[in-house]
Write a protein that binds this ligand. Structure first.
Ligand code: MG
Length: 356
């Protein structure tokens, strides 16, 4: 038996292999409408509604750094990212199970802060924390949240329903989370340097962090777009496909394209980049568009609508049209502000946990 490092196949390669191993368990499950491959699993429990379920893992030093992440925020985020996956199915969340593995150096107060953040977010989204598990951890804090939600046959929105000619829409603004992360990473370096030299933390640095509070908020306290699901319900609009932007616009649009067997064309000039992200990018001599395309963790909703249906929601300023669905053979295209078109399949994009 030979051993292959996981980095060789990447996160998506690993998911593919594990899905194949799990596939036999999906036989004789008529109640399961959608298994691995969407934002949530979807199943019937007998009543008229459909249930959805998702789970998400937050690992210290992979997803967060305790030096720059307040416990309360971390708790809130761990709930919000799951609500976001439920919303991506056009469903509303119901119950959460929360498991944590806690290293010995955390205090009771810190863990209570974490749970207070979870409870705060749960109340906001109408989620009941109904159980969970706790364990000690030999290294680092790990948080696992499993969440269920409810929708109906008519409202259920998968990644797989996009059709050529439909409009590609996104909620809110992108790139904020990546900008916030850049700022926090810089702060972390400064903090560690000051700690090493036994010097006090500079007040001017704190002032600058406050100046970019929106980007930092996007990263530490992302909000799930449950308001969009409610808006769709109120207007009677059902997107043909939907995903939440957790890996980055390019990567998540690619998921829709693969599952729907379509191509897509998006235009740089129409991508709603957070104004503050542009300011941060200027300071770091980086590119806010790249952050919007591949930074990830913005937790906005990416969805498709037929042109006639879009007319019904066009007045909603939270919705931006960024392009159009194409036939599969045309690929995944991006036209920049100078009119140059590139094929995104040929370029890297999206965060891959095991990649290099
Ligand atoms: Mg998702």
């Amino acid at each position: 038996m030979s051993f292959k490092p996981i980095s060789e196949i990447g996160e998506f390669g690993l998911i593919e292999r594990l899905s194949a191993i799990a596939a036999p368990t999906l036989k004789n499950t008529p109640g399961l409408l959608e298994g691995i491959g969407d934002d949530c699993a979807v199943y019937r429990t007998g009543g008229p509604s459909l249930q959805v379920a998702t789970t998400d893992l937050l690992v210290e030093q992979v997803h967060f750094d305790l030096l720059t992440t307040p416990m309360h925020h971390l708790g809130s985020k761990s709930i919000a990212v799951n609500v976001s996956d439920v919303c991506a199915m056009n469903a509303l969340p119901e119950y959460a199970l929360v498991s944590i593995a806690v290293p010995g150096n955390l205090s009771v107060e810190m863990v209570e802060q974490l749970y207070a953040g979870m409870a705060h977010a749960a109340a906001r989204y109408g989620v009941a924390i109904a159980g969970g598990d706790t364990s000690s951890s030999p290294s680092g804090l790990t948080i696992s949240v499993t969440m269920t939600g409810q929708t109906s046959e008519e409202r259920l929105t998968l990644r797989s329903g996009a059709q050529p000619g439909e409009m590609i829409c996104v909620s809110g603004r992108l790139g904020g989370s990546a900008a916030g992360l850049k700022l926090l990473q810089r702060e972390r370096t400064i903090m560690l340097e000051l700690l090493r030299n036994n010097e006090p933390y500079d007040k001017d640095v704190m002032a600058e962090l406050r100046e970019y509070s929106e980007a930092i908020r996007c990263h530490l306290l992302p909000e799930a777009r449950i308001d969009m699901v409610r808006f769709f319900n109120e207007t009677g609009v059902v997107p043909t496909s939907m995903i939440d932007i957790s890996d980055g616009l390019t990567s998540d649009l690619r998921h829709i394209c693969r599952r729907s067997r379509v191509g897509a064309h998006i235009e740089e000039g129409r991508i709603p980049v957070l104004t503050e992200a542009r300011a941060v990018a200027d300071e770091f001599q980086d590119d806010a568009l790249t952050w919007a395309l591949s930074g990830g963790e913005d937790y906005q909703l990416l969805f498709t609508l037929p042109k006639a249906v879009y007319e019904k929601v066009s007045a909603n300023r939270e919705i931006s049209v960024i392009g159009e669905i194409l036939p599969e053979e045309e690929g995944l295209l991006l036209t920049d502000i100078f009119g140059m078109t590139i094929d995104l399949e040929q370029s890297a994009g999206g965060f891959d946990h095991f990649g290099r």
